[in-house]
Each structure stands twice: as C-alpha cells, then as structure tokens.
Ligand binder design. Structure first.
Ligand code: PLP
Length: 404
C-alpha cells in the first residue's frame, strides 16, 4: 500500500523545509528531489563509520568500502536491466555521462559528413556536448522539430535519418513538459540504419521502470539527485561491446593497469572510464535510494503524482491569462505562462508565498524558441507532495495574478 503521508514523513527537508519559519511548498523536484532520511543516513554512516578510498590500499576499511561501492554498481545494473555491472560507469551526473560518450565514442568515430540527430525539445546537456564534438570532427547536427503540442513524432525522426546518421541523442522524458518521447520506435529505426542511440533518462528513472536491455538502448544516462540520491553521482549505461571499443576519456589513477613513460595500459570496464577517486558515498547512497524506491508500490506512488499534476492542471487551466504549455496527462510536471507577464515575476510572487518552483528556460533554449517564449513557469510534483500543497500552489498563483 502506498501511504503518501507516511512517505512524506521520511523526508526531513519536506518537514523542515522552511526558511525563516516560512513553510515552503517544494514543487521543484524535476530540478532535484529531496532526499529520504534513509539516504541521508547512508551518507552519514559512510563518512562517520567507514570512509576509505576504494580500489586501493590494503586495509579492511578500504576492502569494505570497495565491496559496497561495487555492490552499488550491481544495484544500479539490476535497477535498469543492464546485463552486466561492467556496463555501469559512475559519473557526476547525466551531463558528464553524455560528455563522456561524446568525447570518447563520438569523437573517435565521427568523420566529416556524419550526422548527429537531436530533437528540438532536448535539454542543453543533450545538445551542447554533441555540438562540441561536431565542431571537433566536422560532423553535422540535424534537428528534429517539435510539434506545437510539445510532442515529438517518430515520422520526423525517420525523415531525419539517412545513411550519414551515426548518432541519435534523445530524451526519454522532457524536463519542461514531461512529454514521453517514442524512444522504442526511434531506437529500432536508428538501428535499422546502423546508428547508435543515447537516451537521456534524467527525468524518467525516478518515475518509471526502465529496462535498457528491453529498450535496446546503446547508451542510457541519468543523475542520482533527481531520484532521491545526492548530487555528484550519476550513471552512464553503455552496451558492453560499445564501451569496450571506446577509448579512455579522463586519465589518472585507477583507470590504468600499468603506467610507464614508454607505454601505459588501461583497465578493463568499467574502471577504464573512472579516473581518480570516485564519489563512493554518492554511489552507496544512490544504491540506497534505489532500494528505497524498489520497496515502494511504484505504480501507486506514480498514480499519486499524476493525480496531483492533474488537480493542478484542472484548476489552473480555467484561470484567465494562464496558458498551459504542452500539457501531458501522464506527466509529473505542469508548465505554464501568464499572458503578458515575465515568468520570473510570477516565480518571485510565488516564492514570497512559500511556493518553490522553477521559472526560466529550463536549459531548453531551442524548445523555448520553438514555443516563441523566453521562459515558462514549471511546477514539478513528487512522491512527497500533497493535495493541500497543490491547492496552496493554485491559490498562490491566483493571488499573484491579482497583484500583477
Ligand atoms: N537531461 C534532462 C532532461 C534534465 O532535466 C537534466 C537536468 O535538469 C539533465 C539532463 C542534466 O542533469 P544533471 O545536471 O544532473 O547532469
């Protein structure tokens, strides 16, 4: 059984989430989620009781830390349906994971005339690394247009594909509207023409079961902090055959087997991509977050989130001067603009009423340009939010409109 209040009680920042005694309604979980006590405890426990460097040293503390660090990798592999833990590379987050693929896989494989296909609604993290590598290699970026209802269509990806298409970079779920992209079909079509697909799962993993093997994704990336784990830890999943074929990226300790001034040799997967001391506590805490999520009735918790989003939509969509942008019934976010009012002014008035949400371009300039807006206001709902918070949010919006 999913009990929203019992789950909420596990999040200290939601309980105490006040500054200067003002109660804050946190509707910015798509930016980063709060952390349940069990995850905070995992970090505290690691630093207060263990704390050793991994994969080096010869004492018991380092052996224990290494064991937990590698167990965390196994937990991630199982969580996303990878066939081997070797396919899980720790990164600082989704952004770093995409940069790793761009600079290791793409930089060595792309040549002039090759094409990288990217949708118009992608987050900057899934655009800019590809622009950098396109510049370095002479490859070309091909944009797939977004439809006015903020959806992406398989046919448009299909029309963008040709014999030169080598990489397709696609988001699983949009951070602006919560749009699900047709990744299954796009992956299948890309494979038909021999292209590889990187899926940006930053906004998906907290909300749905992901099976990278069933999806047949070549690369899948996400960040821990958007799924109840700390900042500074993230994951690159890659098919083992691809990761094996890729050159090393960052150089340093741990990614080598032997260093000499004549010839340096590199570690096997996944160590070859993990130079230097990793975020051990972060990895362990991410595994804790995953185990915590796995113990929830995820279908029920998602239904709760969708109910909250739907309630906000139903109430706000009838308010004059509010235009909901690209509403998606199955999303955990709601994005809107107030006609004639700057999004930041709306957010400031909401903040003054204790409502924390995101206003701006959401790191999606091309999407904003396609929509013809400079920015929007986005409320994002999570497992710990309540119906009362949605109502407080809606009342605060209406009050803000009165002031504006
Ligand atoms: N992709 C999407 C869809 C996102 O929403 C974000 C963050 O907002 C990112 C990528 C980048 O994530 P991070 O900043 O954790 O690397």
């Amino acid at each position: 059984m999913f009990d929203p209040l019992a789950v909420r009680a596990q999040f200290p920042a939601v309980q105490n989430g006040s500054h200067d005694d003002e109660c804050t309604v946190y509707l910015d979980s798509a930016a980063t989620t709060h952390k349940p006590q069990i995850v905070i405890d995992a970090i505290t426990h690691y630093y207060s009781q263990q704390n050793a460097n991994v994969h080096r040293g010869s004492h018991r503390l380092t052996a224990k830390a290494t064991e937990q660090f590698e167990q965390a990798r196994d937990t991630v592999a199982t969580f996303i349906g990878a066939t081997s833990s070797k396919e899980i590379v720790w990164t600082r987050g989704a952004t770093e994971a995409i940069n790793l693929v761009a600079q290791s896989y793409a930089r060595t494989m792309l040549t002039e005339g090759d094409e990288i296909v990217i949708g118009e609604m992608e987050h900057h993290a899934n655009i800019v690394p590809w622009q950098i590598v396109a510049e370095q290699t002479g490859a070309t970026i091909v944009k797939v247009p977004m439809h006015p209802d903020c959806t992406m269509k398989v046919e448009d990806y299909q029309s963008a594909f040709n014999a030169n298409t080598k990489i397709v970079a696609i988001g699983h779920v949009s951070n602006v509207t919560g749009t699900h992209q047709p990744i299954e079909q796009v992956i299948a079509l890309a494979h038909d023409i021999g292209a590889v697909v990187l899926v940006d799962g930053a906004q998906a993993v907290a909300h749905e079961n992901v099976d990278v093997t069933a999806l047949d994704a070549d690369f899948y990336v996400f960040s821990g902090h958007k799924m109840f784990a700390p900042t500074g830890i993230g994951v690159l999943y890659g098919k083992q055959s691809l990761l094996d074929s890729m050159p090393v990226w960052h150089g340093g300790g741990k990614m080598v087997t032997k260093v000499s001034f004549d010839k340096t040799t590199f570690n096997d997967l996944p160590g070859k991509f993990e130079a230097g001391t990793p975020n051990t506590a972060g990895a362990i805490a991410l595994a804790t977050a995953i185990e915590w999520l796995n113990n929830l009735d995820r279908a029920a918790s998602e239904a709760h989130i969708k109910r909250l989003q739907n309630r906000a939509y139903t109430k706000l969509s009838t308010v004059d001067d509010i235009s909901i942008i690209g509403y998606q019934a199955d999303a955990s976010v709601l994005t809107f603009v107030v006609d004639g009012v700057h999004h930041q002014d709306v957010a400031t008035l909401l903040d003054q009423q204790g409502i924390a949400l995101r206003a701006g371009h959401h790191c999606a300039h091309p999407m904003m340009d396609a929509l013809g807006v400079k920015g929007t206001v986005r409320a994002s709902f999570a497992i710990y939010n309540t119906v009362e918070e949605v109502d407080a949010f809606v009342s605060a919006v209406i009050k803000a409109l009165d002031i504006l």
